[in-house]
Design a protein around this ligand. Sequence first.
Ligand SMILES: Cc1ncc(COP(=O)(O)O)c(C=O)c1O
Length: 414
Amino acid sequence: MEPMMAAENAGRWNWMRSELDALEAAGRLRKLEPAAWLEHGWIERNGKRLLHLASNHYLGFEPWLDDDGWAGLAAECRRLGEPAVRIGSGASRLITGHDPQHDALERELAAFKDTEAALVFSSGYMTNAGVIPALVGRKDVVFSDRLNHASITDGIVLSRAQHIRYPHRDMDRLEKALKQWRTGEAGVPSRQGRLLIVTDAVFSMDGTVAPLADLVTLKERYGAMLMVDEAHSGGVYGPGGRGLCHALGLHAKVDIIMGTFGKAFGAVGAYIAAEDIVVRYLINRARTLIYNTGLPPLVAAFIRQRLRDVRAADSARAELMRKAALFRARLQAGGLDTGPGDSHIVPVMCGTDQRAVALSAALAEAGVAGVAIRPPTVPEGTARIRFAPTPAHRDADLLQAADAVVRLAAEARP
Ligand SMILES: Cc1ncc(COP(=O)(O)O)c(C=O)c1O
């Protein structure tokens, strides 16, 4: 390249450089750091052993497949008629990528969730980004909890529907917004469109739980569809880990239940459980199913095994809740603000980004992996460290980590 052109090109990404510099100055720069998983809920990062309190593998399943595990998967694939385990689907599921493993998984999921049908997607992000735009469009409206996951927000933006965000779990404000829409007070001409209420069941960064019974009442009162994202409650709540909708006996009243396999299941992928007509509609309308290579059949076979493990994991679920309560109580006794939630997700509120980043760095020095969660993932001024104990953690490790958080949070105070 001519020296002159190289000099010109050198400045080509200045706009990115200055944006990254600004993020760093604001304590908001994100970086990828490789982490190797060890036993008993530990990881190794940058050559250091850390107690891993930042994962979503809520049931603490082994993250590895041993030789017997691989052999079992291969046998499972042969049982369904293929010569061996298939990694790539080879195409969208609507072309030739619909593997017997997908088919079997969907039937087993529908039975697990007590629904007529289920539909598997390659990830939770893909599910929300595809299902919401299939359900609503320009003339419609979505009512979404302000703390819903980014994939829900992105699905709503893609749908081009009117987007009404209600304050977190505020049913009065939601009802007011529904009423205004129905009576035309919202000033929107197309009040005849479809209404969709969408919520996380357990909120990922707060550990709070959605008021599902009230949401069902409101969706019935105003003729809306209700979609519940069970990413953080699937495997953890309800009989056999069926989720929060089942735990509350509301599953038959929720129109679309979404769940993921990347968290308690310890795999990857996601699904919708709903009536057969809804699934048949989504197969025709959800662009992230139609235009996306299907989940690897290997993973589908693995999830089918995990589904059996999840069903049988009552003692792991009880242990998870006991350990989360133990950890939370120790933090609270040390004077820390863990927010209003009482689920298995335990945030420690820090306020400023800088404080969260400083605490996360100090924790890493002390051998604890707790990640700073900052805006835009959470609202401005509510940066935090999000902890997620699992049954794999030993009580002594958890208590020691909680004591370190208490001590270091005091030091990180401005
Ligand atoms: C509530 C919620 N929904 C959806 C997703 C996206 O799922 P996935 O990681 O499988 O894309 C997440 C992931 O963090 C989540 O927390």
